[in-house]
Design a protein around this ligand. Sequence first.
Ligand code: G3H
Ligand code: 13P
Ligand code: ZN
Length: 359
Amino acid sequence: MPLITLRQLLDHAAEHGYGVPAFNINNMEQGLAILRAAEAYDAPVILQASRGARSYAGDIMLSSMVEALSRMFPKNPIVLHQDHGNNEATCLTAIRRGFTSVMMDGSLEEDMKTPASYEYNVAITRAVTRAAHAVGASVEGELGVLGSLETGEAGEEDGSGAVGKLSQEQLLTDPDEAVDFVTATKCDALAIACGTSHGAYKFSRKPDGDILSMATIAAIHEKLPNTHLVMHGSSSVPQALQDLINAHGGEMPQTYGVPVEEIERGIKMGVRKVNIDTDCRMAMTAQFRKVATENPAEFDPRKFMIPAMQELEALVRDRFERFGTAGHASSITRISLDDMAKRYASGALDPQIATARAA
Ligand code: G3H
Ligand code: 13P
Ligand code: ZN
């Protein structure tokens, strides 16, 4: 089926009480592995491309690849989403290339390093929402700055992230401000900050409530029960993958990610989109290393790619199962972008904040 929008998928997920993993992709092998898992589990999926992915593969390659995946796996609804858009141009060029959803990350300024003012964030997110909704595409906004509550730092691995020390206030989304933000911007989904950060080095120990604030999610959900929440930095950094990498010449210091059971708790509290990139990278790299060390004479890239894809597929299957995404693809009937645009224009998709408060 042709691509669907994030808004349609997350509305369905909310209605049926499940979460949807959003996997970052850069190449064909990742796309094939993820869709093979989706097909096996009858799961809808979000494929997202960062600005880095767009410059790595090129827009034409990325959008054509996802279009090809949608033809190869016609029963699985796919959303193609821009991850961490830094300005209007990034978001609008993505939509022009066929992305059905964008994240306008106005929590940071355009350099993706300087924490932005609230006013800047509202203005730029609202501008992108207006333009995207006019053509039926969806928008994710972000309020609060991703980063570690242990160190006050954002982590640097993905080339974006706040520089310098962040305060607890910046690192935890304020629930009242979240109500104001969603009302003002009309975004379809809200990324929140609760102590997660990008990359492998999120926590120095298995996280408890002091460093992974699920209470923040609960408080936001209480005020915004109808808003789809997004958890970034949601890789679990599985111990088995750390061990596999290190057993084959890797040098990853011991680290801890977001336990899958915490994400499952989040899904019960309105988290609908769960961003995962690092785990997918680790799954593939672990197998590259294994093949390289066990068979140093090997030089056919396919011999590296096949086990890497199988490891990734196993990871993705697990997340579809644990997040409750499995079994839902076949009950989704696509709504076209034109119809989505009409629904936005009629006000039918406006944030239901007043209703929620009264309820
Ligand atoms: O935003 C975080 C993702 O892990 C994307 O990383 O910019 O290296 O593609 P990337
Ligand atoms: P991880 O680094 O935890 O996989 O997070 C990815 C992410 O949030 C992409 O936006
Ligand atoms: Zn992110």
